[in-house]
Design a protein around this ligand. Structure first.
Ligand SMILES: *Cc1c(COP(=O)(O)O)cnc(C)c1O
Length: 464
């Protein structure tokens, strides 16, 4: 009997607890959007029908995880829950020294802080720094250099591993700057900044060899390591029959350490860790900084129950059926948008679909914030909340305070894990198809007030 490929037919879970989504009217949405000053960050979530603002901490926990919460050990030192988390992290990453933190950026602050203290004028190199990673590197007066492969800049043309680091450039930079001034190479898996695109095992292996030859440590920023492992399974032939857990283990085997925002692939709403293979000077300094800023070594920034849920979530996030469904649902949304005439970064990444707004609205006035205008229009039309990655987020202004156009104008639809069903995605595709057929209805926006830094979070805008 031929087996039906059910993995891509339905969600591999059933629903035990529900939460209503907002069913709104056009009049209410317009009122809400005006009150939010045309900035979806200011919209109270109870007015949002489909929330694609972020996949960070927005996932649904399983019954196993909810059950695990009740077994949390809240001892200050030596909590059972800590050892459970440590075991899970060690088993996946091979990193013996595990420091729990409240979320990814706390790990970044600790690591970049201790590296910057070594000497001035250092450069950290990555396939692409995530924005909080870059902010932490720069806040510590170091340079954050991104060297993604060329393919990642061609949004329309599919390639299997657009998240890769440019190996030739990596060699060149090491030669030019000297290994002594490059304290760290970061491989972000998947590459969030470049569209959630995966990094191949071959690329990780090659980057590691270059780093090893130069004596530079390589760390994984592994918020989405499980999605990356599944992409490797699907797209790198020799891994087709290997489990995501085994693939992940090999990915980590090339690194000297890693950190994770567990709000992503570890299926929890809050949490993270920083981990090292060796107990050297970095691990020692990190422990000191952990106690200073997060908490004692056995809990960092987490409660015992959080560590229980995280330990369970790390393993669940590697489940083959879950991962197949996860990547399939993102692909389904991406292909649906493409078929509806909405250009995207192709192929879709693991956690999000990115609309290429410059291509979608070629005649839209640059000065009118095309991607932000589309974000507002998506909310007005269907109660869908997404995020602009364009001139508002980049926030560049000239000497007179005029907003400068950006090279890219994207709208990101980040998909929370295990939260929305296929019919929710069908609804989004239908709304976007309607928008694609009625582009003239999209109104431009202008900024009426914005702070100097990280403007997009709190800027106030108005329709023109
Ligand atoms: C989310 C994320 C971070 C930051 O983690 P937080 O938990 O948001 O502090 C760092 N790196 C990557 C790749 C991320 O996706």
């Amino acid at each position: 009997m031929k087996e039906i490929n059910w993995k891509t037919k339905f969600e591999p879970f059933k629903i035990k607890m529900t939460e209503p989504v907002a069913v709104t009217t056009a009049a209410r949405r317009l009122r809400v959007l005006k009150k939010a000053c045309f900035n979806p960050f200011n919209i109270p979530a109870e007015n949002v029908t489909i929330d694609f603002l972020t996949d960070s901490g927005t996932g649904a926990m399983s019954h196993t995880q909810w059950g695990a919460l009740m077994t949390g050990d809240e001892s200050y030192a030596g909590a059972r829950s800590f050892y459970k988390l440590q075991n899970a992290v060690q088993s996946i990453t091979g990193c013996k020294y595990v420091l729990p933190v409240h979320q990814g950026r706390a790990a970044e602050r600790i690591l970049t802080g201790l590296i910057a203290a070594q000497k001035p004028g250092q450069t950290i190199v990555s396939n692409a720094h995530f924005d909080t990673t870059r902010a932490n590197v720069e806040a510590n007066r170091m340079e954050a250099l991104d060297i993604p492969v060329k393919e990642s800049y061609d949004f329309a043309k599919p390639a299997p591993f657009k998240g890769n680091i440019d190996i030739a450039k990596l060699k060149k930079i090491i030669k030019e700057k000297g290994a002594a001034d490059i304290p760290l190479v970061i491989m972000t898996v998947t590459n969030n900044t470049m569209g959630g695109q995966p990094v191949s095992m071959a690329n990780i292996r090659e980057a590691a060899a270059v780093c090893r030859a130069a004596g530079i440590p390589m760390f994984l920023d592994c918020a989405r390591f499980a999605e990356n492992a599944c992409f490797i399974k699907q797209r790198e032939k020799e891994y087709a029959k290997i489990s995501p857990l085994e693939i992940a283990r090999e990915m980590f085997s090339y690194a000297q350490g890693c950190w994770m925002s567990s709000k992503k692939d570890a299926l929890v709403n809050m949490g993270g860790f920083l981990a090292f293979k060796r107990d050297g000077a970095w691990a020692q300094k990190a422990r000191e900084a952990l106690i200073l800023g997060e908490g004692f070594l056995n809990y960092g920034g987490m409660s015992g129950r959080d560590m229980e849920a995280l330990a369970a979530g790390l393993m669940e996030g590697l489940d083959e059926n879950y991962l197949a469904y996860r990547l399939e649902s993102t692909r389904y949304l991406g292909e649906g948008l493409l078929a509806a005439g909405v250009p995207i970064i192709n192929p879709p990444g693991g956690h999000a679909v990115y609309i290429d707004v410059k291509k979608f609205l070629p005649d839209f006035k640059q000065a009118r914030f095309p991607a932000q205008s589309l974000v507002c229009h998506m909310y007005k039309t269907g109660g869908i909340r997404a995020v602009e990655i364009g001139m508002l987020m980049f926030g560049r202004r000239d000497a007179k305070g005029n907003w400068m156009p950006a090279d890219i104008e994207l709208v990101r639809l980040a998909i929370p894990r295990r939260v929305y069903t296929k019919s929710h995605l069908d609804y989004v595709i239908e709304v976007m198809a309607h928008i694609a057929k009625n582009k003239k209805e999209i109104k431009g926006v202008k900024v009426v007030w914005a702070p100097q830094s990280l403007a997009h979070f709190s800027a106030k805008l108005a329709e023109v």
